[in-house]
Design a binder for this molecule. Structure first.
Ligand code: PHE
Length: 462
């Protein structure tokens, strides 16, 4: 696949803003951003913690009702400005004559993306280490207790965890330092096909070896008695997290999207692909969990304990473990680059320094905070921020507060503040569909986000 960088012709865009010309580049990059640890690591374990199918159903409704319209709005915001998320929001504010204080809204996606990256890289680092363990044969013939021991052993060893985190952050920075075209577009071109192949292999594996029917029933037979306001709030946060919404990732990728590409079609495809892949990963993980009598509610360690155990007891299991954890690592990498890009793009617009230097500084700072998150599993487990460890606090603040707020910013700025003819021009679709989109981002999304956030924080109950 060939990509070239061109000068953007978009009004108001930076004169050297890159555009991706490959026909599939935006689709693959946005899908790469969306499909990540959220699908493979987080979706199975929070589904397990929240009792299965009812939670899944709420998540699906959020993806369809809020996710898809926001995805279109966020792509539209990015492509029409061809600037970083902060500048996109600030430009609209100036154009509208809005108070300077509202520029704060532009900081939410910027801060959100980088704060997610701090702990995201730690988990992605676990997957790199698990590739190594699999290659070393650690999981051959392992039993449930042994698999748990490997995982808790990892949580206890700060040095090893920091090593994984460091290598992963370095890979992320390496791609981003090379730029949106030579770095992101080019690596996505081989990452995504590889990823899809691995998902298919793993699904085939789970169909033939795990308790597939039980896995299906668990994911698709809802029991609504298990639904709490906190679960609804978690499903909303996760729908946004999984679709990469509200954090500037999709907005910055939208700014590299060529003009002739159709945002409604591409955005909807990305959202649906992400959802299908999350469900697909549920179908890989739960059959294995049930086959080995594990607890679906095991928490963040779920895939790290269940998958090696299942594979470790099969012929060629080590190879499947390597495939699975490479899948996790590659999916995480195609997401982490989209978490670093918004900040690098934002600084690049403002400071006359080379992109590699900016990347190293931003990635370095993120890496340092990530180390604190890694240490909160062991040496620093006594340190609490509002009662939660550093890792959990970063996860909570970004997942339950910054993500929904970022979604609100996308909804309000694309639905209310952005010039109506400018967004109409971006979203090439029938008038009827555009009206539905407008109702969704103007009224439905903001209302639901506010209700769910207040419910999740325990401020209102329903
Ligand atoms: N969507 C990614 C995942 O599921 C995480 C992500 C969130 C990426 C927000 C970018 C922005 O792993």
């Amino acid at each position: 696949m060939r990509e070239e960088m061109t000068k953007s012709a978009a009004p108001g865009g930076g004169s050297d803003h890159p555009v991706w010309h490959g026909r599939w580049t935006l689709l693959m990059a946005a899908t790469g951003s969306a499909v990540g640890l959220g699908n493979i690591w987080k979706f199975p374990y929070i589904t397990g913690e929240n009792g299965g199918a009812a939670f899944v159903l709420i998540y699906i409704v959020f993806v369809l009702v809020l996710g898809v319209p926001l995805m279109l709005g966020e792509l539209g915001l990015g492509r029409s400005s061809r600037k970083s998320p902060l500048s996109t929001i600030m430009d609209i504010n100036r154009e509208r004559g809005l108070p300077k204080g509202l520029d704060l809204a532009g900081w939410i996606p910027q801060i959100g993306s980088i704060s997610i990256l701090t702990f995201y890289s730690v988990i992605a680092g676990w997957s790199l280490l698990y590739i190594l363990y699999s290659l070393m044969g650690v999981f051959s013939g392992i039993d449930a207790a042994g698999s748990e021991e490997v995982f808790t052993g990892l949580l206890g060893s700060a040095g090893v965890m920091i090593l994984g985190h460091t290598v992963f952050m370095a890979l992320t920075a390496f791609i981003i330092a090379r730029g949106a075209v030579a770095g992101i577009a080019r690596s996505i071109g081989w990452l995504m096909p590889l990823l899809l192949t691995m998902v298919v292999i793993m699904l085939g594996y789970s169909m033939f070896s795990g308790e597939f029917a039980r896995g299906v029933a668990y994911l698709f037979t809802p029991d609504f008695s298990k639904v709490t306001p906190a679960a609804i709030s978690e499903a909303l946060g996760h729908a946004f997290f999984s679709l990469s919404l509200g954090m500037g990732a999709i907005m910055v990728y939208g700014s590299y999207m060529q003009n002739q590409e159709n945002i409604p079609v591409t955005g909807t495809t990305v959202s649906l692909l992400d959802m299908v892949l999350a469900l697909g990963m549920g179908l890989v993980v739960f059959p294995v969990v049930f086959a080995y009598g594990l607890e679906p509610s095991a928490g963040p360690g779920l895939i790290f304990q269940s998958v090696p155990l299942a594979m470790g007891n099969l012929p060629l299991g080590d190879i499947f473990n390597v495939v699975f954890f490479s899948l996790v690592a590659f999916a995480a990498l195609s997401s982490s680059i989209s978490l670093l890009e918004p900040t690098v793009a934002m600084i690049e617009e403002r400071v006359q320094t080379s992109r590699p230097v900016i990347t190293v500084i931003v990635a370095g700072g993120t890496w340092l905070v990530g180390i604190a998150a890694a240490l909160s599993f062991n040496h620093w487990d006594e340190i609490k921020i509002f009662g939660a460890g550093i890792f959990d606090a970063l996860d909570f603040v970004s997942g339950q507060i910054l993500l929904p707020l970022g979604g609100l910013v996308v909804a309000v700025w694309s639905g209310w503040y952005m010039n109506r003819s400018a967004i109409r021009e971006q979203l090439v679709m029938s008038d009827a569909l555009f009206s539905i989109w407008e109702i969704a981002v103007r009224y439905v999304t903001p209302l639901l986000i506010v209700l769910v956030m207040l419910g999740g924080l325990g401020i209102i109950s329903f």
